[in-house]
Ligand binder design. Structure first.
Ligand SMILES: [Zn+2]
Length: 313
């Protein structure tokens, strides 16, 4: 019962989108994401730091979430947290899957969604897939007094990935096509931000065979890269939004040849209902089981990518 009262309060907080409200939500969410993982010294330190900036969050609750510092930090020095669901026993996972939320700091519903799915993985991870989950890529944007889409330096992290146009081309496209929209500022250098630089490194090291990226509020499923796109996940239906240089979809999907599902939730501040979150997750896992890894990618082999763009070869 107490949890329902808290959820109701959470919805109202999200509607108001006050900084305190978002911190309260973070503290509540971290408290309900359960795990048996023991706290490492690194996690203990991160949780202590996190508690200084998140009123009401208890270090013990943070440690129970199983999230760990990735070793990377945001522009303002906040640790980017990650949780791995590794192979189980001797079972060879069908594929490696990367899940990312909170790329845009003004989309707290995406963080809540990914944390909800972590609860499901905590209970049901069976080893079919090897997961890495990053619920909040842009902590600086989310924790600002007035949360922002961009990171602390005003860069849209979903326009700052290496692209087929190279750095100059991405910047020029932004200048020519978006009327220099500050919300979509790609930065002056691809992967030039600590958050995006780390994401590129994570992709290079983990070599995911599919990426799930959660955004809002367009209320569709978008897809980039090889393989069969999911036609519907929960109530979200497939609608291809086009491919923009500097996005994760462009980088991983088109340049590297890794299928990228971009979920656009219906609201940036209010997460889908619990039933809808379960429906999306169930459909997503079904889709992954049926088609990932892609056995016959219809795109060219992955190209070598540098922080400046696609390498000449
Ligand atoms: Zn977004």
């Amino acid at each position: 019962m107490r949890k329902y009262v808290k959820l109701d309060l959470m919805t109202r907080m999200l509607a108001r989108r006050s900084a305190w409200g978002i911190m309260w939500i973070l503290s509540f969410l971290l408290s309900v994401v359960s795990s048996d993982a023991a706290a490492t010294p690194a996690l203990t330190k991160t949780c202590t730091d996190l508690c200084r900036g998140v009123p009401g969050l208890k270090p013990a609750e943070c440690q129970k979430s199983g999230l760990e510092p990735s070793g990377a930090f945001s522009t303002n020095g906040f640790p980017i947290l990650i949780k791995e669901y590794p192979p189980v026993h001797s079972r060879k996972p069908q594929a490696r899957i990367l899940v990312i939320g909170g790329t845009h700091g003004d989309e707290p519903a995406t963080v809540i969604t990914v944390l909800n799915w972590m609860q499901k993985l905590d209970k049901y991870h069976s080893g079919v897939f090897h997961w890495k989950v990053v619920p909040l890529l842009n902590p600086d944007g989310l924790l600002k007094k007035k949360p922002t889409r961009t990171n602390a330096r005003g860069v849209d992290l979903n326009r700052n990935m290496p692209s087929s146009l190279g750095g100059r081309g991405t910047y020029q496209r932004w200048a020519d096509k978006t009327n220099r929209d500050t919300r979509q500022f790609p930065g002056l250098k691809p992967a030039g931000e600590p958050e995006s630089k780390w994401l590129v490194k994570l992709i290079q090291e983990f070599q995911p065979q599919a990426i799930i990226s959660v955004h809002a509020p367009l209320n569709v499923v978008d897809f980039d890269g090889p393989g069969q796109a999911p036609t519907q996940l929960g109530r979200l239906r497939l609608r291809r939004l086009g491919n923009f240089p500097g996005t994760l979809g462009n980088y991983a999907g088109e340049v590297l040849g890794v299928p990228v599902v971009t979920l656009e939730l219906p609201s940036d501040s209010i997460p889908p209902s619990s039933a809808e979150l379960t429906a999306i997750w169930t459909d997503l896992v079904k889709w992954l089981k049926a088609g990932i890894p892609v056995s016959h990618p219809d795109s060219a082999p992955a190209k070598k990518v540098t922080s400046q763009g696609v390498a000449a070869e």
